[in-house]
Design a protein around this ligand. Structure first.
Ligand code: ME8
Length: 523
């Protein structure tokens, strides 16, 4: 029989600027992409999950100057903050790209040269407005009350020769692509935004900065008096990484670029038209998620309310933080971070529902079965009990098995709904125990069957939770005495009922999610 080719899945996060330390927003995008990568690995697909840092441009140069360092020294230090945080957040990226990698720079130059030779880059005199923090050119009519329409900050008037990518030529083809593939940009509100943007004539894109104004960038291969515009350089990372990090171009086109809504235009318009000009296929999906505020206010350094993921994890644990990020708000919408909402989720969903299910089941196992997984005693009764619990893994929505439901929801980035389905099973198993009342049961065989059923349900629940909460999922398996590496497991193998072997020692451990008190507010 012919062997079926292993499916591939390529997912990316934005590459983050090294002008700042990572905060909850960066963690959000990266954790979401991580859940997808882990899920697809457990489906048996060959996954390439890429994240990294954007190290060129004005903002990074200024940040370095303020610290009295060269941009490279500054980037070398800042990149560690991102790499450390991703390790702490259990982010399973397959590679980490830095735009200062010589191999990346070579690919950027190669692509620029290709566009130049094809006549798709032209030199022109530019007269207009420039927003330094956003590194964007604006025309007079773009400005909003004389300021940058994107960030509202002051703009400067400049007049200089520059190189332009003839983006306007691709307005028609891009609109045609969107008409044929409305699923290219999600959620649909973001597609409408892009269509709105494209309803006006699309200009050409200035892709150079003169050396005299900005030295920190990749030199243009056809004119060393200029460096490459930081966005052109940065977007190419998604492709260049496959050349020298994955060393496998068959991952192109990417399955998904996960981004925040702030950088939709650069991806949906600049990147898409760049790819068209290079005659490379477009990615399958750009998903732009919403924006976090903090306790109802915009997060900013000046307000002093920036949420540092390390601090949250140190206090509440990594898995609880990951769970909260994806459970609290639908992925496409804006949301608000508050410690009370986080504590509420921990105490209700994690401690009461999930943690308690594990601790009560293992508590009874210790009390009635010397902490040893009981034999499944064959009886009609056993089948009935197991069927009842197995049915929870088939949810009401279309009578689909939990895994199929998760696939549908994760395809649409509906993390919260996938989690709701898992929680419906958790609640079902808790109710099953309430009504079976093993503590009242006189018949030892029946009690053993009830406990076996609950234990096996927990083993399966941990499997489905693993992409979201890898460490706690492993802890559940370890407490069940099922000592396999959960993150390397496949749903197709481990998702079968009845793999927990009778006779296994299953020792109750410390509570999975200790209850939390809300911290006292500073006066
Ligand atoms: O834009 N809520 O990098 P960046 C949710 N280097 N997400 C947020 C957020 C918030 N309050 N704040 C930031 C860049 N993010 C470029 C990208 S890609 C080729 C180049 C997240 O460091 C969100 O994913 O400013 C957003 O898109 C990203 O951080 C911007 O990170």
């Amino acid at each position: 029989m012919e062997k079926k080719e292993q499916a591939r899945f390529y997912i990316t996060t934005p590459i983050y600027y090294v002008n700042d330390t990572p905060h909850i927003g960066h963690a959000y995008t990266t954790v979401a992409a991580d859940v997808q990568a882990r899920f697809h690995r457990m489906l048996g697909e060959r996954v390439f999950f890429l994240t990294g840092t954007d190290e060129h441009g004005q903002k990074v140069k200024q940040a370095a100057e303020q610290r009295g360092l060269s941009p490279q020294e500054h980037a070398d230090q800042m990149v560690e903050n991102f790499q450390r945080l991703w390790r702490e957040l259990l982010v399973s990226n397959d590679a980490f790209i830095r735009t200062t990698d010589p191999e990346h720079q070579a690919v950027v130059q190669e692509l620029l040269q290709r566009l130049w030779q094809r006549g798709l880059i032209q030199r022109r005199t530019y007269k207009g407005w420039y927003c330094t923090p956003d590194e964007r050119f604006w025309t007079e009519k773009d400005l909003r009350e004389g300021a940058c329409p994107e960030c509202g900050r002051a703009v400067q008037y400049i007049e200089e020769d520059n190189y332009f990518f003839l983006m306007s030529r691709f307005q028609g083809p891009l609109l045609e692509h969107l008409r044929r593939h409305p699923e290219y940009i999600k959620p649909s509100s973001r597609l409408n935004e892009v269509l709105g943007f494209l309803s006006r004539p699309l200009g050409d894109l200035c892709i150079s900065r003169p050396l005299k104004r900005l030295s920190w960038g990749i030199p243009l291969p056809f004119d060393p008096q200029y460096v490459t515009y930081v966005w052109f350089d940065a977007l190419v990372n998604y492709y260049s990484a496959l050349r020298y990090l994955a060393k496998d171009l068959s991952f192109w086109p990417a399955d998904c670029h996960v981004i925040g809504k702030d950088i939709l235009t650069t991806h949906a318009v600049y990147w898409s038209t760049m790819l068209m000009a290079l005659e490379l296929p477009l990615p399958r999906l750009i998903f732009a998620h919403g924006w976090w505020t903090v306790e109802g206010r915009k997060m900013s350094k000046s307000l002093g309310n920036v949420v540092e993921p390390q601090a949250v994890c140190a206090r509440y644990g990594v898995d609880a933080f990951r769970y909260f990020l994806l459970r609290e708000i639908p992925f496409g919408l804006d949301g608000d971070f508050s410690e009370s909402a986080l504590v509420g989720r921990i105490n209700n969903d994690l401690a009461n529902d999930l943690g308690n299910l594990l601790s009560r089941t293992l508590g009874m196992l210790r009390k009635y079965c010397q902490a040893v997984v009981p034999e499944r005693v064959n009886s009609k009764d056993r089948e009935g009990l197991e069927k009842k619990v197995q049915a929870f893994f088939y949810t009401s929505a279309g009578d689909l098995p939990l895994l199929e439901n998760m696939k549908l929801h994760l395809k649409e980035f509906k993390f919260n709904e996938a989690l709701e389905h898992i929680w419906a099973v958790i609640n079902g198993v808790n109710k099953f125990i309430d009504s079976a009342q093993p503590w009242r049961e006189r018949d030892e065989a029946r009690r053993g069957n009830v406990l076996y059923t609950a234990l096996e349900a927990l083993r399966l629940l941990a499997l489905y939770l693993a992409p979201f909460m890898p460490r706690k999922a492993q802890e559940i398996w370890d407490q069940l005495g099922y000592h396999k590496d959960i993150s390397r497991s496949l749903f197709s193998q481990e998702g079968r009922w009845g793999l927990l072997a009778p006779g296994t020692k299953a020792e109750k451990g410390p509570p999975l999610f200790p209850r939390q008190e809300l911290p006292a507010k500073a006066p």
